[in-house]
Design a protein around this ligand. Sequence first.
Ligand code: SF4
Length: 369
Amino acid sequence: MNKIRHVLGISGGKDSAALAIYLKNTYPTLEIEYYFADTGKELDETYEFINNLEVYLGQKILQLRAVKDSPVDPFDHFLARYGGYLPSKQARWCTRHLKLEPFEAFVGNDPTVSYVAIRGDEDREGYVSHKPNIQTIYPFRKNIWSEEVIDKVLNNDNLESLVEIYCQLANGKKRNMLLEVAKYPVSFDFDQDQKLRALLDLNVSLFNQVVFEFLKTTPYPLGAVADFPLLDNQDVLGREDVFRLLEESGVGKPKYYTELPLAINGQKGTYFRSRSGCYFCFFQQKIEWIWLYEQHLDLFEKAQEYEKSGYTWNEGERLEDLVKPERMQRIKEEYLTKTTRACNMKKSNKLLDILLDESELEGCVACFV
Ligand code: SF4
């Protein structure tokens, strides 16, 4: 059996931490290497959270830095290379240089399984390396396989192999039904997603065994091993499960999630930061900039310093304008109105859920998950 590496990137967010806890508890025989790609611009709350996790895991979380021999931290190093051009949603050079490249260098050419904490209640894909020696697995989802693996397994060109493997492995009452579905070609009327869901609904473990068998005909890292414990995984974990895992393990939530009171013009509510990552991240919402201003003035001022180059973190608005009293008041009012309306519509007072729904729609898996 070939030796493959198992790695899990800790972002400083709740989901990757919960995945580390889950894998340690559920699959203790997996020898997982944990890493954190440090931009040099994280909040203290993030480092504290990672330290708590390290204690629980009883294992070092390796800190990766994109540059080692620079007098400045990785973000500032690359910013200088980009001539002061700040990253943005359209030009995310930061994620590539500070998160993805250190990860790929860490893995090198070793056959590697990378575990990513996209949850079962989310509809998005994580980062999939284009390096052929890295295979991504999503243990929190019903479908643990990456999109590109599913594209191959369910491609009509591979229909014959799929059916053959199902014929070999399927048994029991559902065998005929499974073979029917497996034989059915993907078409406009029965697309790949429908076929995937049908096969998973019929038997998740069997589907995983079939994919695992199929991988033996490919260069994917898992194609070269004798077994893989997650093949029998039936768990689907959502946001509540993530918070439960954090709570029960004693690791707790990252402190930036702590809800703080907010009152304006008689309206009352709470606010907090909804993501890990750099304190100046351009993905953050306006109310999170105000959180930074009110909770970490020193960091807010450092973020302002970067705008002296002429570029801004927010399109069309400088930070010095964002914290003018009348502008701050308007942002808070809008935020309270929006969150009150969302709570009423959802008939829920879980602000955390409402804000996380929003922030998870936008952002970067490598930085925030
Ligand atoms: S947290 Fe934001 S600013 Fe930092 S690397 Fe990620 S996307 Fe870029």
